[in-house]
Ligand binder design. Structure first.
Ligand code: H79
Length: 702
């Protein structure tokens, strides 16, 4: 069947849902396609370095989520769903009711040059746009479907125009392409409410491969950014052959790790096991420090809460927060892919423009400290972050990103043994302003910020050149955080740096090279303060690291008269700003729940809930508890305040610990929600573990 005839079938079918249930063979996707064979590629380290070079240098890119979902913009049948680009799935819309949105796609304000210029002016070096999201709609005119821009009143080739505009602005154009596809008649698994017959995984993969071939041949994307790989139908073998196919068509392409099945949840890095993918993809989070060097990763993040456009989502991060996130990511050797969700007319939301322009003003003066830099040589700097780049002649340039200037204006670089190339550092935004004194203090270098230095409230960048690549002795590590304990334990002490030796004390005194314990384990059997320090050729380097361990007696369990399952709850109505206000409010309703959650919430906003009962502790020891809530919450066990997460705030997790004997203990959780999002999650961690998990329902009694 020709595409014209196929389109006709669709137009007839689209007039009524029942008529649209055409079998996939006669839908508007060609029935079957010959497979394209992929051969695995061999690549040397040098070839890989050359291929990744532009991407590693770029550090900052723009993500664009745009498609039919911008038309409902999160609303469906007059209701605010919050579903954004997931609306088909979150509202359980039948594909036949969703696909006609294409007849309304007419974004008359779409201006690809403006989009590319906004990205460029924000300091972004690449742009990743959704060729196809999970809803299956294609933003380019594809030979292989009519569910594409050609099937809309708009008819323009969005991908082609945007790619041309990006190239004209020097921004590398790239594509996001979803594996999961809720409308393609061959994609499996089906949504539960999608009653269309048929489906054939192999045929779907062939279709996807032909579309990828079309996209690569026609547009030449710098990155292919896959997503939606987690439904069981997509296998490791599919990941391998798709990666190999894509690189086989254009060996220069960089492919993210979601092409295969090796991604570790939202943290996004690739697990061991030979999975395909050139970089890890943390989503909405930034990894903690300490990633192994040479691992490529990119954090993708929204500016507000949604990827696709939703007018009512005004929970935007501040410009300062976004710039600092970029700096934090660069200091850890990663890239930042920051999202914009244009609206149904093709406009960037005003809030997003404002932030991109603000970030661009910072980048206009400080981009050198981001583009082409490497991660920080320091594990942790209390005043900010550090990035660096090589200097011709073998030296290294450090960019000191001052977020919070210390009160004494001394920017300390702990354990930095390399000598400065000049006796002065300078402001990146104003090199002519004159130098800032750099002095050695033992193993540390200290830059003094003169009074009156114009500080950038977002991030003031200082430049410090070194004679050689930074050599930093790391401080000692003490494996266990300060806290309380019941049973004796041993704590490991050490330095990741083999060139230093470690000395420790347990009596509160400063360790010296001759008198301190020379041991990598300390037995903790009573209340003590462990202090430890590194020595380089007998001379102390870096600061003293200290932990305090306090031996406590576990609180005895109680033996209530008669216990039942569940935990009692009460709700309150009112504009509370602290859990303490619940004490003066009238009870609205009460009941019993099997666990601590918001299933009984009386309304969306301005309410409170308290839970009272017992928690059954399985074994004696120090138990951790955490409350993740929006807004405030507190947890009391007996009469101790174990977790204080009170006050007005967005989703925030806090934790605390208490020593308890096995058995029942009285527990009380207070929670309130003012306005906006609401959430309440209670978890615990067993003695000796720092992993928090939900408390099994059978542990709640009353
Ligand atoms: O395109 C944006 C979102 O629409 C899409 N990815 C970004 C870039 C997205 N889809 N789903 N999600 C984000 C959240 C889904 C998370 C989960 Fe999972 C999928 C939880 C369980 C399955 C992540 C993947 C954690 C485990 C597997």
């Amino acid at each position: 069947m020709t595409l014209h005839a196929t389109l006709l079938v669709f137009v007839l079918a689209a007039t009524g849902r029942s008529a649209a249930a055409a079998p996939p063979e006669t839908g508007w996707w060609p029935a079957d396609l010959p497979p394209r064979v992929a051969t695995p590629l061999d690549e040397t380290e040098d070839q890989r370095r050359a291929r990744m070079a532009w991407w590693r240098e770029a550090r900052f890119g723009m993500f664009i989520h745009w498609g039919l979902y911008a038309i409902p913009g999160g609303y469906w049948e007059g209701r605010r769903t919050g579903g954004a680009e997931w609306i088909l799935n979150s509202v359980k819309i039948h594909p036949d009711d969703y696909m006609p949105l294409r007849f309304q796609f007419d974004p008359v304000d779409f201006d690809p040059t403006e989009w590319a210029m906004i990205a460029k002016n924000a300091g972004m070096r690449y742009l990743v746009v959704t060729s196809k999201h999970h809803d299956g709609f294609c933003l380019w005119p594809s030979e292989f479907t009519e569910f594409d821009v050609d099937g809309t009143p708009f008819e323009r080739d969005v991908i082609g125009e945007l790619f041309d505009a990006c190239r004209a602005e020097g921004v590398v154009p790239c594509l996001y392409h979803s594996i999961m596809d809720w409308t393609h008649p061959d994609y499996l698994p089906r949504r539960a409410w999608d009653d269309r017959p048929g489906g054939d995984h192999e045929r779907y993969v062939r279709h996807m491969h032909r579309q990828l071939e079309e996209l690569i041949d026609r547009y030449g994307p710098g990155v292919l950014w896959f997503d939606g790989e987690w439904e069981g139908t997509w296998t490791h073998a599919d990941g391998q052959r798709t990666y190999d196919l894509v690189r086989g068509i254009d060996p220069r392409i960089i492919v993210n790790n979601r092409v295969d099945t090796g991604r570790t949840g939202m943290a996004g890095l690739t697990r061991e096991g030979g999975y395909r993918g050139d970089f890890g993809t943390p989503e909405q989070e930034i990894p903690a420090t300490g990633l192994p060097r040479g691992v490529d990763w990119e954090t993708c993040m929204t500016m507000n809460r949604s990827w696709g456009y939703q007018s009512f989502d005004v929970a935007y991060k501040t410009t300062s927060d976004l710039v600092r996130k970029l700096v934090d990511i660069a200091s850890k050797g990663g890239n930042f892919l920051l999202n914009v969700g244009p609206d149904e007319r093709g406009r960037f939301p005003a809030e997003a423009r404002k932030r991109l322009a603000g970030g661009g003003r910072w980048m206009a003066m400080n981009a050198e400290s981001i583009h082409g830099t490497n991660g920080s040589p320091f594990a942790d700097l209390p005043w900010g972050r550090c990035t660096r780049s090589s200097l011709p002649g073998g030296g290294e340039r450090l960019y000191l990103h001052v977020f919070d200037p210390p009160a004494n204006n001394a920017i300390r670089l702990p354990g930095l043994l390399t000598e400065p190339a000049h006796r002065a550092a300078y402001l990146l935004s104003d090199p002519g302003r004159g130098g800032m004194a750099v002095e050695r203090d033992g193993a540390d270098l200290v830059v003094s910020l003169p009074d009156g230095t114009p500080l950038d409230p977002i991030d003031t960048v200082l430049v410090l050149d070194l004679v050689a690549p930074a050599l930093v002795v790391e401080g000692p590590s003490i494996a266990i955080e300060s806290g309380i304990f019941v049973d004796p334990f041993a704590v490991a002490i050490g330095s990741p740096d083999p060139s230093v030796e470690v000395r420790s004390t347990t009596d509160g005194s400063d360790p010296t090279f001759d008198d301190g314990f020379d041991s990598d384990r300390i037995d903790v059997d009573r209340t003590m303060t462990v202090r430890t320090r590194c020595f380089f050729e007998g001379v102390p380097v870096g600061g003293v690291v200290e932990r305090r361990y306090e031996k406590v007696d576990p609180i005895a369990a109680v033996q209530p008269f008669a216990i039942r399952d569940g935990i009692a709850w009460r709700t309150f109505l009112g504009a509370f700003e602290s859990v303490s206000a619940l004490a003066d409010a009238d009870v609205e309703s009460e009941g019993v729940a099997s666990r601590v959650d918001l299933s009984m919430q009386p309304r969306d906003e301005n309410f409170g809930v308290t839970f009272t009962g017992f928690v059954e502790i399985p074994s004696t020891g120090v138990w951790g508890f955490s409350l993740d809530s929006d807004d405030g919450s507190t947890l009391r066990i007996h009469d101790s305040l174990v977790v204080d997460n009170d006050g007005l705030h967005s989703a925030l997790e806090k934790s605390g610990a208490i020593a308890l004997e096995a058995g029942l203990h009285p527990i009380r959780i207070d929670y309130f929600e003012a306005t906006g999002q609401d959430d309440l999650i209670l978890k615990w961690s067993r003695p000796g573990s720092d992993t928090f998990v939900r408390i099994p329902v059978e542990r709640f009694k009353r």
